[in-house]
Design a binder for this molecule. Sequence first.
Ligand SMILES: [Zn+2]
Length: 421
Amino acid sequence: MKAELIIYNIRKLYTSVEKAPVKGYSMSRIQMIPNAFIAVNDGKILEINSGDFKNYINFSTILIDANHKICLPGFIDSHTHLVHAGSREDEFEKLKKGVPYLDILNNGGGILGTVDKTRHATFDQLFSKAYKSLDTMLLFGVTTIEAKSGYGLCLETELKQLKVMYELNRKHPIDIISTYMGAHAIPKEYEHNKKTFIDKIKDDLVYIKSSNLTNLVDVFCETGVFNIDESRDILQKALELDFKIKLHADEIDPLGGAGLGVDLGATSVDHLMAISPKDIKALAQSNTIANILPGTSFYLNKAYANARSMIDQGCAVSISSDYNPGSCPTENFQLICQLAANQLKMSPEEILNAVTVNAAYHLGLSDKIGTLEKGKDADIILLDIPNLAYMFYHFGINHVTDVIKKGEVVVKNKVIQRGRK
Ligand SMILES: [Zn+2]
């Protein structure tokens, strides 16, 4: 079969060849093809090989010379809080001076400050801000993200966020997997009546399900937010309604959120800075992904999750940005990968598996993306570096020059090509 597009002259092509979830020692295995080409047809990968590609060319084939760059699958950022209003740089200054977070919260800041701004923002304001962030993510090589609601804490604004994500998914090259996270915090109006708020979330889940805007539910299981029993209560209702589930788990205190996630069959448990040794063992025995967010540890100047121990004990790890205005305000996904190398002590191979194949797995996208192989979506990035390890060494800058999404060139020489979607 002839190709619509061929990318050739690739110095080295790296991709996972492992079946997801990629666990433990297997995370250090990837494939490298030197002097490679990729032939693409109808948005999907037709062939990957080294050497001659003449058989795939006809008069209409578009040829892209990779100029000895390296090639990777598009990055998948599998945990973001993309859609929100406002920013919190004033809070950053206070945090640095040692003002306690609770004081900030009580003065109208923190997560409830973002909730207030997001409730008052129009659809267009939320859309424009998030679209701009997606552009930056795309330039850094991200081709798919997960994005959570959770800055509404009332059905109306949660739906507004989810509808913004739906529209962004239609109009921006990056694919967005949406998650409902009405259980992100306790809103002021339910401050003294958490039980009623939980019942309200459970009722809202029925409506959210019927809206068809998302098939995923996340809960913030943490001291001062939702405890283990409350998290289980909400998540069991979500499971009854046939949602897939995730948890923000064991970020500050070792409550056992990761273990709860394993018990309930969560697709991922996220953060895990305070995970217990018992729950690491439980995770390793499961297909739940340990989704680690090193950008949050960096920004808040807190301990990093023990990814090394998790991988060494056989867990499947993914790495995400947690992009949000309060604890990780950056869209630079390569920096997140570099923190995984520098602070989590993960190898280049482990990180590649973490941000491609394992991320795709817990978002339910394994059959479409996460690896460069025949039949999968042609989500491809080119980087102007000599080898994979160099990406983690030369940090803080953008190495991605070109991004191909479903076979279309959406970034060329670091410039976004408009007109798609
Ligand atoms: Zn989060």
